[in-house]
Design a protein around this ligand. Structure first.
Ligand code: 13P
Ligand code: SF4
Length: 315
């Protein structure tokens, strides 16, 4: 089917079925452009919590669909591709995390939203990269804290809050790839460029950043910034779509791009899971109402508490 026809069918179906399409900033531009809502992982959870649609199509990765389903158990939550997982969430199997939590019984458990529902069920409060500092700052100063699963985000939050959270040793395969060398090389070419980095990057990379923040925070900074017009973007390249759309006169360079003649453009700044989703898969899952997210009722009952706590604490 032609793209225009797919879009026409998606538009017909979403109206007919009272469905809403929510897309993460790491989706391809064509998906972001047809979505009813585009946002970071916090905003997607907030939107899911308040939607009155009957069907939510979550164009993102599996844990985002699970979060929406946990918040809206009576709604049908569909994902375009069931294989769209997350290497960070996978780096924290629930049974091993449970042992870790049990070994530190006097600790409060703070988990990044990039986790399975089963890990959230072991958690006291969920955070995203947008609200992690704000939420950790609200916990009593002497509270002992376990943070999982991202060691890079955990290290970063320790550094900006002065905490000494015990970290789970997980990471994202995309953000781990960004190298100091590639950024320094680009800085030679664009000396006044601002470096925008996601806190899932390694601390040596974050040390070079002018701004560290969630996808939404990086986008906000790029829109508001009047200091120069070139930005080196150190996160998944999908975010460039909204940056470019909002600021057509500014120059956004994904790191690492082709930095010199002969070097091959590296696709390691694209999340292979996010990229599994396509317009056609959105159309098919909406048409056939397949790829529905189900969460075990007992797990969901426990997991909803730290997610709701997050939503309250980030207001
Ligand atoms: P955000 O919370 O910034 O949307 O990030 C989600 C994510 O998966 C980062 O890799
Ligand atoms: Fe997970 Fe990394 Fe992909 Fe984000 S970019 S969804 S953390 S694998």
């Amino acid at each position: 089917m032609e793209t225009t026809q797919i879009i026409r069918e998606i538009n017909r179906l979403r109206k007919e079925k009272n469905a809403v399409i929510m897309a993460h900033y790491y989706q391809t531009g064509d998906i972001q452009d047809i979505a009813d809502f585009v946002g970071d992982s916090l905003a997607l959870a907030q939107q899911a919590a308040k939607t009155d649609a009957d069907i939510i199509v979550l164009a993102g990765v599996h844990f985002m669909g699970e979060t929406a389903k946990i918040l809206c158990p009576d709604k049908k939550v569909l994902v375009p591709d069931m294989e769209a997982g997350c290497s960070l969430a996978d780096s924290c199997p629930a049974d091993q995390f449970e042992q870790f939590v049990k070994a530190h019984p006097d600790h409060t458990v703070v988990s990044y939203v990039n986790t399975s529902a089963a890990v959230k069920a072991l958690t006291d409060v969920v955070v995203t990269s947008t609200n992690a500092k704000k939420i950790v700052d609200q916990l009593p100063e002497d509270e002992k804290i376990i943070f999982g699963p991202d060691r890079n985000l955990g290290n970063y939050i320790n550094s900006v809050t002065g905490r000494d959270m015990l970290l789970w040793d997980g990471a994202c395969h995309v953000h781990e790839q960004f190298s100091v060398e590639a950024i320094l090389e680009l800085k030679k070419q664009y000396p006044s460029a601002k470096v925008l980095a996601h806190p899932e990057c390694k601390s040596v990379v974050l040390a070079l950043a002018d701004v560290v923040g969630s996808t939404q925070a990086l986008l906000n900074y790029a829109v508001r910034s009047d200091s120069g017009d070139t930005f080196l973007v150190v996160t998944e390249a999908g975010i460039l779509h909204q940056m470019q759309k909002a600021c057509p006169d500014k120059n956004f360079i994904p790191v690492p791009p082709e930095v010199s003649e002969g070097s091959i453009g590296c696709m390691c700044n694209e999340c292979k899971y996010m990229r599994l989703n396509t317009l056609e898969k959105i159309y098919l899952c909406l048409r056939d109402e397949v790829n529905e997210i189900h969460v075990d009722a007992e797990v969901a009952k426990k997991a909803v508490l730290p997610i709701r706590r997050m939503l309250q604490m980030s207001n």
